[in-house]
Design a protein. Structure first.
Length: 394
């Protein structure tokens, strides 16, 4: 009887852990996308120009790169659960701080959000490796799905809320999501945790620093190409479709939203492909080809944009799932997982932060969309090359 009750308690904790993990991941993109729908109101109220307002969306991406050494150092000392609560606490505080006063306060809140998400990006993979290693591929898909869901919700509902209650309340209200997740994690902490799943043991000898190993560099370049494409197309897709595709402002906005929504298909489709008995290179190749098809297809036949957006959506969700899974499968234990995750995301987001500017500069200098979109296509080829090299290495 005691064993039965213990098993039931463990099952209830497992269900609570899944819910807590999903609510945690939901918070890891939404605070960033909540700004874009009300950026015009923010500019008018704070009296700032377009370039200055852009800091509110680009600063978090820079934090994803520059703050990763700090995040990895912090997590090594405080552990997973404290890292989760620090992430959620920082997100809640930063989301409110961003809305309460002038531009300096908004920038401080944005920086706090960026650092908090940087910690969360790493700790999410640590949770999967510790608690869901047997289901790592599917749970990585769940992680990407939940992040996309949070991003869509904040992007979709912020403007309607702002129309009723103003932009400050509309961006501050999302702190409630962080509070809800924190409450679930606090409840989870009151339940005894079972032993970790079959995580690969750490090697008997200390692994070399990640920057001296080929695998993290290969994954970092792959992740850099993935995020470069994602942020570049997110920034410029609406304008391109308006100019080359003849879409109205609202129609181009719907197309951009569709690009984000279709990422959900890739976040689950690619993990299923990874679990199928096909070539181990197939998931990565499918992602690289889909990324390649989007910019080249938009250039060749902009009127077929729904097809190219479908390709890009699949690649955006699937690429994150492939790379995050590779990080866990190539790590030599949990501590190595933390180090590699921090290094890969640091390198990748540093590359990604330059994407909107480089694509925009290429368009401005040439007077054509061709050079900018060819640059994006080149990144798809980089994903294929570096990703295949990473998979080939044991």
């Amino acid at each position: 009887m005691r064993r039965i009750l213990s098993a039931r308690a463990a099952d209830r904790r497992r269900v609570l852990l899944v819910f807590a993990f999903v609510t945690f991941a939901v918070n890891l993109r939404g605070p960033i996308t909540a700004i874009s729908p009300v950026i015009a109101d923010i500019r008018a109220d704070l009296g700032i120009d377009v370039a200055t307002a852009g800091l509110l969306t680009t600063l978090p991406v820079l934090c994803f790169s520059l703050a990763t050494p700090f995040a990895a150092w912090l997590l090594a000392r405080v552990g997973i659960e404290a890292g989760v609560l620090l992430t959620l606490g920082g997100l809640g505080a930063g989301t409110i701080l961003r809305a309460v006063d002038g531009f300096a306060t908004a920038l401080a809140g944005t920086a706090l959000i960026g650092v908090s998400i940087t910690i969360g990006n790493i700790v999410a993979l640590m949770i999967i490796m510790r608690d869901f290693y047997r289901q790592r591929r599917m749970m990585t898909g769940v992680d990407v799905f939940a992040m996309s869901l949070g991003a869509m919700a904040c992007a979709g509902f912020t403007a309607p809320i702002a129309a009723v209650a103003g932009w400050r309340f509309a961006i501050a209200v999302w702190a409630a999501l962080a509070l809800l997740s924190a409450l679930l994690w606090l409840r989870l902490l009151r339940r005894p945790a079972p032993p970790p799943e079959d995580v690969p043991p750490a090697p008997p000898h200390a692994a070399p620093p990640v920057w001296r190993r080929a695998m993290p560099w290969l994954l970092g370049i792959t992740f850099g190409g993935q995020t470069f494409l994602f942020y570049g197309l997110t920034a410029w897709l609406p304008r391109y479709l308006g100019e080359a595709g003849g879409l109205s402002v609202s129609e181009a906005g719907y197309a951009a939203a569709l690009f984000q929504i279709l990422g959900l298909a890739g976040s689950f489709g690619v993990p299923l492909l990874m679990g199928a008995r096909v070539s181990r290179f197939a998931p990565l190749v499918s992602v690289a080809l889909a990324w390649l098809a989007m910019p080249l297809g938009l250039l060749a036949a902009p009127g077929w944009w729904p097809l190219w957006v479908l390709c890009g959506g699949y690649a955006s969700g699937g690429g994150f799932a492939v790379i995050f899974t590779l990080i866990m499968e190539r790590a030599r234990g949990q501590d190595d997982n933390r180090r590699i995750a921090a290094f890969v995301q640091g390198v990748g987001y540093l590359i990604a932060a330059a994407s909107p500017t480089l694509v925009g500069y290429a368009v401005q200098v040439s007077g054509s969309w061709v050079p900018g979109f060819l640059l994006l296509a080149a990144m798809a080829l980089a994903i294929a090359a570096s990703g295949a090299a990473a998979i080939a290495r044991k």
